[in-house]
Design a protein around this ligand. Structure first.
Ligand code: PXG
Length: 291
């Protein structure tokens, strides 16, 4: 497997970065997780735009243009002969010294693109549905570290994941500091009530998510009313359907929240329709390449 590292395609075992890289030392950097489906990089423009926005927000200049970033991603997929796969783009502040000051990195940003196959959850969860649990760790407050920055510092989400796993669950529901529903550790949450869809608004301290936006577009196309609305756990407990969305996760039905059975305990009707429509979208909405 080859990895794109600062302009060169190098063997996975040779793809090394400095221990003084501030991404490693401090989590000072940004990343994206993208998927390719049948030689099409799904929503590539949206992912690249979000990557550059995250960088802008942390005052880091990505030293290549968006166009060259897109080329680097496609090139890495091609050299690894991947038609379907996951793409991880990482841009860190680069090599500096010990000490937080980003000026010490002198514009040495490190750019890495890794591609590989992934499946986030076991296949049967997509057929049978998932059981999730609310964890004590709340989502970062926007005033401290805005969750809209897809930064290399994912400890907030990892702590929540640890709590879910320790309790025997695959995924954690995270609330915001006020107790409202925010998102899961790597996916967004939706519910269905009386044939309408609800998801927490972006201002609730969640990442601006690409699969979430795609699901909102799908509901518009299918003329299903969709609302970005503040949600409490109570709304989740009394919902008729629930599902999670994310690039890595895709769309996963949820059948239990904190021990409360959602709907009839099976993946919901609208959830299944949206899963089908999403699959269709992944075949058309993106940047095509040939191997
Ligand atoms: N919420 C969070 C906190 C995320 O990190 C999503 C939702 C879904 O967003 P998209 O835009 O993908 O629909 C994410 C997605 C990884 C990795 O290792 C990336 C994410 C989550 C988990 C792992 O690449 N990001």
């Amino acid at each position: 497997m080859k990895v794109f590292l600062n302009g060169s395609l190098v063997d996975k075992n040779q793809a090394k970065i400095s221990v003084f890289d501030h991404g490693f030392l401090y989590g000072d950097g940004v990343f994206e997780g993208i998927r390719a489906y049948g030689s099409l990089v799904f929503k590539l423009k949206e992912h690249i735009d979000r990557l550059y926005e995250s960088a802008q927000s942390i005052s880091m200049k990505i030293p290549i243009s968006k166009k060259d970033m897109a080329k680097a991603i496609v090139k890495t997929l091609k050299i690894n002969k991947l038609k379907d796969g996951y793409i991880r783009v990482i841009v860190s502040r680069g090599e500096g010294d010990l000490g937080l000051d980003p000026r010490k990195c002198k514009g040495n940003e490190t750019i890495v693109v890794i591609t590989d196959k992934i499946s986030l959850y076991p296949k049967e969860l997509y057929d049978k549905g998932m059981d999730i649990i609310t964890v004590p760790t709340v989502r970062n407050i926007p005033e401290a570290l805005n969750p809209q920055i897809k930064s290399l510092n994912y400890l907030n989400n990892i702590l929540a994941k640890i709590e879910a796993v320790n309790s025997g669950y695959q995924e954690a529901l995270m609330l915001d500091h006020l107790g409202y529903v925010a998102e899961c550790t790597g996916d967004n949450i939706f519910i269905v009530k009386n044939g309408e869809i609800y998801t927490p608004p972006q201002c609730m301290g969640i990442l601006r998510c690409i699969t979430r936006d795609a699901v909102l577009d799908i509901s518009k196309k299918l003329k299903i009313s969709a609302h970005e609305h503040v949600l409490t756990r109570h709304e989740l407990f009394i919902s008729q359907e629930c599902f999670l969305t994310g690039t890595a996760a895709e769309i996963v039905p949820v059948i239990k929240v904190d021990g409360r059975i959602v709907g009839d305990g099976n993946p919901g009707k609208l959830t299944k329709i949206i899963m089908k429509e999403f699959k269709k979208l992944t075949k058309v909405d993106g940047v095509k390449y040939t191997l």
